[in-house]
Design a binder for this molecule. Structure first.
Ligand code: GLU
Length: 898
């Protein structure tokens, strides 16, 4: 073991002594700065490569680093220590103040000072700076803004010095063109106030020009405030954008473009990184900051330049003393060799222009996509861009993640959708509002994890196009102009609106109906006793009375049993009489229906059947009448001036009616006018009426509700709103059904990339019952809901129509038919038995009988001639009195008779 160490040490010493020349390179870096590591690793790389690569001299470079702070005195001491050791060049520092100081010291000593930091100085500095010059960089920003056709934009900056990068842009847009807004980010760490102002200005094009140290914080806060949404286009000027964790922003939908000097996909850069920079412990090349990479390149270039110096002059580095006026005679030459050397490093081609600044460098223009940064173009400092492809669309629809997005939601105050919170304490921000729509947005934000800010549409105008310019006003105008992302209120989805904005799935379904006063009760009527039966039933009843009386008359005459001996004491009467005269029949039927009866009693089977049928009819009719009359007398009669839209239209304005001006309801009637051959003539008539009477139109639903409540006025309103009003104002109700079917949706600008996600969330809310829960809460429970719900305006008693009592009439008709058959049978049987007994012709007897009947003369008919005495007769038909018994007749001989 001991032996092996010795051998190694011997090899090391021999190798160093073999290339005996050791050159010290001085470095001034702050503590824990990875630039220092890049410096050391680059020197190590050269020491490794010098053997196999001819580009390098045999010199062994030795890093000598002094850690510095902001204290300039300490920095100068560090410089003195380093130069005292004899260094070939001094690398660093990065801080502007100490760097200027170090530069002047190096100038005095003719020592090359190499830095890699952004500098605003426009004139060539003494130090050799590997960082692209600000003047050149400012060209690419101008180029990008022009290429992206930005007409106006806002620059967010953190230092006036940094604004030099924007010099070209500001010159271009200063006097001509569209406005450029400059906004100072402030001292931090809270940049939100200024970011909110950018948001409220509805600026869509933003350039973020700030130092790397605060870039991540600014981006985070921008996202919180909502200026990293899909309608924003952002350019970030920092060359180190790629080293940040951009994942949180890659799904924001914002169009974020940046630039980078170090291309992490370049194969040469990748192999350098893999071979020599492992000790920097970076995740990958993309995490290498520009100044670290530039320091690495600076050493690489220096060693090549040093070789040239060695070849050109004999001589060595010199230890210099700060307190003596001393300089290194080869220093200037070395600086010149550095500026004239060219090489390809981690940051691409390294070449210096005669003006002392880097030239011919290449910058990648990158766009943030869900897969990270993608190069969309390569810009050359000769000011040409080679676009790799069309700037890719930020994200396909439906893929966008709403998480952490902030939306501006425009609302207008309308109960129960959006209302001011009822509270004893003053509320601010979103807490100022509550309601059905407010809750919907809140629930959506919980599902999709987005943030939102409510903006109130003070004039409550939903929006309609200007007839001349076509520009939409109100809430929809705000959506179209990008001043708001979402709009929610009682916003009906209509085809006109769908042409200019997009809607989510409907979160509520409704239709147009009529809001009007509840039907009143009628004053008691003098003839209210007629109400239980309809007019037709009364007429039929009268008809039945007369027809039955007539039938009774006829059947009574046909029926032989109804012909009786008027004088029971006379055995063989000459004439028979019949009790059924017309007046008797009428009296019988009236007496029955009045439930009073009469003296008239039918004897024959047929007449009795008829009487039974009639009594049954009377019983049913009177009980039905009595029952309905009772109901009529206890329940007040409802008066309904209108029952439907047709009634309203037919009243020709006797009851004025209107709708919300320019609302979806009015548009419904308006659109029907253009439907040729439509059979909606009622609605067209209603539209004409409303158009001709502007005074019936209202500014909003509230005005309509108040008018309907206080005046004789019908308001055409959407059923959901009628439902809400009718639960609170017990005077009002919905009249008739719905004229159409539609829904309320959340509006957003056309092709809004989050539409699919919002739709899915609305469906989810529907399926899980959240929407119906919310409706119940805001319609039936909160703010006086349910006050009038139990009242029913439709509990009126209805008169009985023929449909109700038709069966009773049928019973009568059946009874009558049976009677007719029976009476005919009775007559035929009687004539038949008489003709057989008396041995007379049946036909002649029947003829005689029919003749008598047809003549219809009086209620007395001659009795048939009997060939036998009445005592021999087995029939009482001819002699029986109307009461059905036969009195005993005692025949006596007059004493004086012989
Ligand atoms: N919901 C309607 C609209 O979106 C307003 C009310 C109405 O027209 O009945 O315009």
């Amino acid at each position: 073991m001991y032996k092996t160490v010795l051998i190694c040490f011997a090899i090391m010493v021999s190798s160093i002594s073999a290339f005996s020349k050791v050159i010290i390179l001085g470095g001034l870096f702050p503590e824990n700065d990875l630039t220092q590591k890049a410096f050391i690793e680059s020197i190590n790389a050269i020491n490794q490569m010098r053997i196999e690569t001819e580009e390098f001299s045999d010199t062994f470079f030795k890093p000598e680093v002094i850690t510095i702070t902001d204290d300039v005195f300490e920095v100068s001491e560090g410089v003195c220590t380093l130069v005292g050791q004899g260094i070939a060049a001094l690398f660093g520092p990065h801080d502007k103040v100490s760097s200027t100081h170090v530069q002047s010291m190096c100038d005095t000593m003719d020592l090359p000072n190499i830095v890699a930091r952004w500098d605003s100085d426009l004139v060539r500095m003494k130090a050799i700076n590997f960082y692209p010059h600000s003047e050149t960089l400012s060209l690419i920003y101008l180029y990008m803004v022009t290429e992206f056709k930005w007409e106006k934009f806002t620059i967010l900056y953190d230092s006036t010095e940094g604004l030099i990068r924007m010099s070209n842009l500001l010159q271009r847009w200063d006097t001509k063109g569209f406005p450029v807004t400059l906004r100072y980010l402030g001292e931090g760490p809270n940049y939100r106030p200024i970011l909110k102002r950018v948001k409220n200005s509805y600026e869509e094009n933003i350039i973020i020009d700030c130092s790397y140290d605060i870039l991540e914080e600014v981006l985070q806060q921008s996202q919180q405030v909502g200026i990293l949404s899909d309608r924003h286009k952002i350019i970030i000027t920092s060359l180190d954008l790629q080293t940040l964790d951009l994942d949180p922003y890659s799904h924001s939908g914002a169009n974020i473009t940046g630039i980078r000097l170090l291309d992490p996909e370049d194969p040469d850069s990748l192999s350098i990184f893999n071979d020599y920079l492992g000790k920097m412990e970076l995740e990958d090349l993309s995490k290498m900051r520009t100044d670290w990479a530039l320091m690495f390149d600076a050493i690489q270039l220096f060693s090549r330049a040093f070789k040239q110096l060695e070849e050109a002059v004999e001589g060595d580095v010199k230890a210099l003393a700060c307190d003596a006026i001393d300089n290194w005679e080869h220093g200037a030459s070395l600086s010149n060799f550095i500026r004239s050397t060219e090489m390809k490093g981690l940051t691409g081609l390294i070449k210096f222009h005669t003006n002392g600044f880097r030239s011919d460098f290449k910058l990648n223009i990158v766009r943030l996509t869900p897969d990270g940064l993608k190069t969309i173009g390569n810009w050359n400092s000769t000011n040409s861009v080679e676009w790799i492809s069309e700037p890719p669309p930020v994200l396909a629809e439906g893929e966008l993640d709403l998480a952490n997005q902030t939306f501006t939601v425009v609302i207008s105050l309308l109960a129960p959708f959006n209302m001011l919170t009822e509270s004893t304490t003053t509320k601010t921000g979103n807490d100022r509002y509550e309601g059905f729509a407010i809750d919907i947005i809140h629930e959506l934000s919980k599902i999709l994890h987005f943030n939102y800010t409510f903006v109130e549409q003070v004039d409550k105008v939903t929006g309609s196009p200007n007839p001349k310019t076509g520009k939409w006003s109100g809430m929809l105008g705000k959506i179209i102009d990008g001043e708001a992302d979402l709009a929610i209120t009682d916003l009906t989805i209509t085809s006109d609106r769908e042409k200019v904005v997009d809607f989510t799935m409907p979160f509520m379904h409704l239709g147009i109906s009529i809001l009007y006063k509840k039907p009143g009760t009628a004053a008691p009527s003098l003839f209210s006793f007629l109400s239980p039966l309809s007019g037709a039933v009364w007429l039929c009843l009268l008809g039945a009375l007369f027809v039955t009386s007539l039938l009774l008359l006829i059947i009574g005459r046909i029926s032989p049993a109804e012909w009786n001996n008027p004088y029971p004491c006379i055995e063989n009467p000459v004439e028979l009489s019949n009790q059924f005269t017309f007046s008797n029949c009428l009296w019988f039927t009236i007496g029955s229906i009045m439930q009073q009866g009469s003296e008239i009693a039918p004897i024959g089977v047929s007449t009795r059947i008829l009487a039974t049928a009639w009594w049954f009819f009377c019983m049913l009719m009177t009980t039905s009448y009595t029952a309905n009359l009772a109901a009529f007398l206890t329940i007040e009669t409802i008066v309904r001036p209108i029952k439907s839209a047709e009634d309203l239209a037919n009243l020709n304005g006797k009851i004025p009616y209107g709708a919300k001006r320019d609302g979806a309801t009015f548009k419904f009637f308006q659109n029907l006018v253009h439907l040729k051959g439509s059979n909606y003539s009622t609605y067209v008539k209603m539209y004409q009426y409303m158009k001709d009477h502007p005074e019936v139109m209202t500014v909003d639903n509230d005005e309509g509700r108040i008018r309907a409540s206080n005046e004789d006025y019908a308001f055409l309103m959407e059923s959901s709103m009628i439902d809400y009003v009718a639960q609170r104002d017990c005077n009002l109700t919905q009249i008739g059904g719905q004229l159409d079917n539609k829904g309320y949706g959340i509006a957003m600008r056309k092709n809004f990339p989050y539409r699919n996600k919002l739709n899915t969330a609305v469906l989810q809310m529907q399926e899980s019952g959240i929407l119906s829960e919310l409706k119940k809460k805001w319609w039936n429970e909160k703010r006086g809901g349910g006050s009038c719900s139990s009242e029913s305006a439709g509990s009126a008693v209805k008169e009985l129509t023929l449909d109700n009592v038709g069966g009773v009439f049928l019973v009568l008709v059946v009874g009558v038919s049976l009677t007719l058959v029976m009476s005919a049978l009775e007559m035929i049987t009687d004539v038949f038995s008489f003709s057989r007994k008396q041995k007379v012709s049946f036909r002649q007897e029947l003829k005689k009988e029919l003749k008598f009947l047809i003549k219809c003369r009086g209620n007395v008919k001659p009795a048939r001639h009997a060939r036998r005495t009445s005592s021999q007769s087995d029939s009482t038909r001819d002699t029986s009195p109307p009461y059905g018994f036969v009195p005993t007749v005692i025949t006596t001989t007059h004493p004086e008779e012989p």
